[in-house]
Structure formats: structure tokens, C-alpha cells
Unconditional design. Structure first.
Ligand code: RIB
Ligand code: CA
Length: 312
């Protein structure tokens, strides 16, 4: 087998962040070099605590750093309607097994990237504040970042306002820095992530694996589904899981290389990811924008992943 891909997980757990991280932690094809928290679904304090508890549950052996307390310009805007007051409502998580290192997320990321013998893939699944801070404060490490596989945006529509998706909307300035960086991007926007659902039948398959991790994740999925069920979804869209799943099984997805600009102005359009799908502009593509997924095979990935922690 080829060497595992070194990755950094940066997110705002958040149910789908936690699900994405479980997939990453289960795979020998990935090596988690660091975990960093972002302010998004909940306050930075809550997403940091959630991140540490998920790391304890999954046994992720990596340093963790707390990220920025708020987006570069906008205020923090937690989303308790989706993820609950804790940011990971619906289950009992273990206590944290480590403390964040005594440095900002951008500094930990820079150290880890500089020390990696192989180029690193960044996997941000919340607002891109920490990634922008890294690129602005440590441009020297860009050469050792091979790709950014992110969940965010949507070329065809938004999900938090009509024109914009939550992660990009919360910090458009940070997203603009990332999309201008020249680092190849795989963009798991709502174009594909709303199709990347796990259904109640999949939740039952996961719980049937048995053991603490399987039960926690079935609980998380059932809670996460409640918000989406109220909107008429037949399942829970595992938005963040796509950013990891594409790294493992790119053949399950279909996408288009295109130039994507980030709208940082606008009354109704702030946070929009404007994709030049027909190459009418002169700018070179900066992102592989995903649009389609083999949903059954995507769901199978998570059922198989949970089995990594099957007890006995
Ligand atoms: O729009 C979906 C994104 O917003 C996901 O990353 C979810 O965790 C929330 O952060
Ligand atoms: Ca997220």
C-alpha cells in the first residue's frame, strides 16, 4: 500500500464534522497530523471541547489547537438550530483526553506542515478563518500543502441564505484568501453534499455494528436528521463527510474544474461562491467543484468506517 496521505482536520464540530473525522480516523490511507477547531456551528469554546471529546472517543493521536474566536471581519454566528446548544447534542461523549496546545491553530498547522516530509492536505469543514490565518501568516508553508479538500459554498445555490452556504457566508474574507491562494481546491459544496445523505436505514446499519462508537454515531446521526427531516429531507446530508470521502474514494464523485470567486460585498450575495462553469472568464480554474455522488456507496463508507471500532 502507498504511504498514507498526511492531513490536518480543521472544523467546527458539529455533527457532520464529527462524522467526517470518524471516517478519516478509520482509514489507514490517511494520517491525521493535527486537529484544529473553528468558530462556526457553535462558539470556539464549544467546538474546541467537542473536537477534544471526539478525539478521545476515536482515539485520534494528534495535537489539537483552538482556532480563532471569530471570523476575520464578521461576528461569530452559532447555529444551535442545527447542532444544538452544545454543538454536538444528541449523545453522551467522553471527557476530553488532552488539552489544546498553547498556540493558535495557524501556528500549529504551520509547524506540522513545515515538519512533514510529504505534502499535506488540509481538510477544513467549517468557516475558513484558520486556513486564511495560516496562509497569511506563514506563506512559506504553501509549497508543502498539496491540496485543500473543503466543505463549503455552492455554485448552484446556498443553504443559509439563498446565495450562500453557511461556512463561506460566516467568513467570506477568509474564503477569498483561500480561493486566491493558488493551492488546488476540492470544493464539496452543497451542490453535492445535499445529495450525500445517510438515511434512517443507514443509521440503523451503523448502530447494528455495536459498541460505543457505533452507538454514539447513530445517536449523532439521528439528532442531525431531525433538523433536516423538518425541511423534508429523506436523510441527513453529511456535508463535511464529502471532504474526507473524496480523498479516499474520488471515483464516487463527479466534478468540474472551474474558476470560483468569492463575493465579499453585496447585499444579498455576500458569501456566494461564483463558479465559472462555462469558462466565460479568463481566469484559470482554481477548484474541482463536486456535483454528483454515488450515494449508496458513500453511505457504505461510513458503515464500514464505524466497524473500525467494533469491540470484541
Ligand atoms: O453548510 C454546511 C456546513 O455548515 C457544514 O460544515 C456544517 O457542519 C456547518 O458547519
Ligand atoms: Ca462543519
Amino acid at each position: 500500500m502507498s504511504k498514507p496521505i498526511p492531513i490536518i482536520l480543521d472544523g467546527d464540530p458539529g455533527h457532520d464534522d464529527a462524522i467526517a473525522w470518524m471516517l478519516a480516523a478509520s482509514s489507514p490511507a490517511l494520517k491525521i497530523l493535527a486537529v484544529t477547531s473553528s468558530s462556526g456551528n457553535q462558539t470556539i469554546e464549544k467546538t474546541t471541547d467537542n473536537a477534544l471529546r471526539i478525539m478521545a472517543l476515536l482515539g485520534i493521536d494528534a495535537p489539537m489547537a483552538m482556532g480563532a474566536t471569530k471570523p476575520l471581519i464578521s461576528p461569530a454566528q452559532p447555529a444551535p438550530s442545527v447542532h444544538g446548544e452544545s454543538g454536538l447534542d444528541g449523545t453522551d461523549l467522553p471527557e476530553r483526553a488532552q488539552e489544546p496546545v498553547d498556540m493558535p491553530a495557524a501556528e500549529l498547522m504551520a509547524q506540522v506542515i513545515a515538519a512533514s516530509p510529504d505534502p499535506v492536505v488540509l481538510v477544513p469543514t467549517g468557516p475558513l478563518t484558520n486556513i486564511a490565518a495560516l496562509l497569511l501568516s506563514h506563506p512559506e508553508v504553501k509549497d508543502n500543502i498539496s491540496r485543500i479538500s473543503l466543505m463549503g459554498g455552492g455554485v448552484t445555490h446556498g443553504n443559509w441564505v439563498p446565495a450562500a452556504e453557511f461556512n463561506i457566508l460566516l467568513d467570506p474574507e477568509a474564503a477569498d484568501v483561500v480561493y486566491r491562494s493558488g493551492i488546488p481546491i476540492t470544493m464539496a459544496g452543497v451542490d453535492v453534499t445535499e445529495k450525500a445523505m445517510l438515511t434512517p436505514e443507514d443509521f440503523a446499519r451503523i448502530r447494528a455494528v455495536g459498541g460505543r462508537v457505533a452507538n454514539v454515531y447513530a445517536d449523532l446521526l439521528e439528532f442531525f436528521y431531525q433538523f433536516h427531516k423538518s425541511l423534508g429531507y429523506p436523510g441527513a446530508p453529511i456535508h463535511d463527510g464529502v471532504a474526507v470521502a473524496w480523498l479516499l474514494r474520488p471515483e464516487l464523485f463527479q466534478g468540474v474544474e472551474m474558476h470560483v470567486d468569492i463575493e465579499t460585498g453585496g447585499t444579498y450575495s455576500r458569501g456566494a461562491t461564483i463558479g465559472d462553469a462555462y469558462h466565460v472568464g479568463s481566469k484559470e480554474p482554481n477548484a474541482l467543484v463536486l456535483f454528483e455522488v454515488d450515494r449508496p456507496a458513500f453511505a457504505d463508507l461510513f458503515v464500514e468506517a464505524v466497524s473500525h471500532w467494533k469491540e470484541g
